[in-house]
Design a protein around this ligand. Structure first.
Ligand code: C2E
Ligand code: MG
Ligand code: MG
Ligand code: MG
Length: 290
């Protein structure tokens, strides 16, 4: 390996690359500090039941409150975390923080309602044995009921190593944790592959939802995904609903759940608590009328 890198790297390793590498190392260093110094925060985007209009739960989305650069989105640092070892402490921070917050909300704001929390997993985390080691502790510490926590993975995770993926999903599910397939339709897995994995729900990618009203083709893709999912008894969440028309259309097509700026943007902790609080008020009102 030394022989290979010697000559080849010397030739292509120019000033631009050096600059790039230095920047990357700096970002890695900053990110490592950010995880320890609590510069990471979570926002929460509600998931709505499209039949009743009521909130069904929410998805935790990580942000980096950078001291100089302001609030950074996951696209700006998750890839760096994934290509270094930082995805492990970062992923663990997200899981623990989201579960702790959820437990607090369950006790103080939405007690008694069946809502669920979704957390995104990076492929590295999914295949790391550490995940299955920490999950049971988190579930009991934060008193999760079966089905109350869901982990979101993408299709690429499944096709990387199909046998291992199926085994990991089985183990996650044995703990009472659901597995949701995120960004569905963008990966390479064929639809028929789907039945081989014991997943619990499909999230239809935003790119299809975005054009489901204007484009006949996208409309049909959404229908196709919904039909297939329902054939397999899997409910769906439509991601990225931005207009009333899209919402209406998805309701017509029988999609169970929805998420998107038109319904709710990702919210900070206070805003999310308010939304959960309203939901409880609604629940009580309804009970009172029966
Ligand atoms: P995702 O899991 O598919 O999350 C949905 C993304 O779409 C979020 O972006 C959300 O803010 C955005 N979104 C929601 N509704 C709409 C809409 O109506 N229109 C548009 N244009 N966008 C909408 P965000 O928060 O920037 O996250 C991007 C991706 O980063 C996520 O995609 C997920 O793959 C990843 N990610 C987020 N949090 C975590 C985390 O804690 N761990 C890991 N490993 N990945 C994360
Ligand atoms: Mg997601
Ligand atoms: Mg998604
Ligand atoms: Mg997406």
């Amino acid at each position: 390996q030394a022989k290979l890198s010697g000559k080849n790297c010397y030739v292509v390793f120019d000033e631009d690359m050096r600059e790039h590498l230095v920047q990357r190392i700096n970002t890695e260093r900053e990110l490592s500090k950010a995880i320890k110094d609590d510069q990471l925060i979570l926002h929460y985007q509600p998931v709505i039941n499209l039949k009743t209009g009521q909130i069904a739960g929410c998805e935790a989305l990580v942000r980096w409150q950078h001291p100089e650069k302001g609030l950074l989105n996951p696209d700006q640092f998750i890839p760096i975390a994934e290509s270094s070892n930082l995805i492990h402490p970062l992923g663990q921070w997200v899981l623990e923080s989201a579960c702790r917050q959820w437990c607090e909300w369950r006790r103080t704001v939405f007690c008694g309602l069946e809502l669920s929390l979704s957390v995104n997993l990076s492929p590295v985390q999914f295949y790391d044995e550490g995940l299955l080691r920490i999950l049971p502790g988190l579930l009991s510490k934060y008193q999760f009921s079966p089905g109350e926590l869901a982990l979101e993975i993408t299709e690429t995770v499944l096709i990387r190593d199909t046998r291992k993926a199926a085994r990991v999903i089985d183990k996650i599910k044995a703990l009472g944790v659901e597995v949701h397939l995120d960004d569905f339709g963008t990966g390479y897995s064929s639809l028929s592959h789907l039945s081989e994995f014991p997943i619990d729900l499909i999230k239809i990618d935003r790119s299809f939802v975005m054009q489901c009203v204007e484009s006949k083709k996208h409309h049909r893709v959404v229908s196709g995904i919904l039909n297939l999912a329902h054939e397999l008894d899997l409910p769906c969440i439509a991601e990225g609903i931005e207009t009333q028309d899209q919402l209406w259309q998805l309701q017509q097509q029988g999609c169970e759940y929805g998420q998107g700026y038109y319904i709710y943007r990702p919210l900070n902790v206070e805003q999310m608590a308010k939304v959960l609080n309203t939901r409880e008020a609604e629940g009580q009102e309804q009970e009172a009328t029966y």
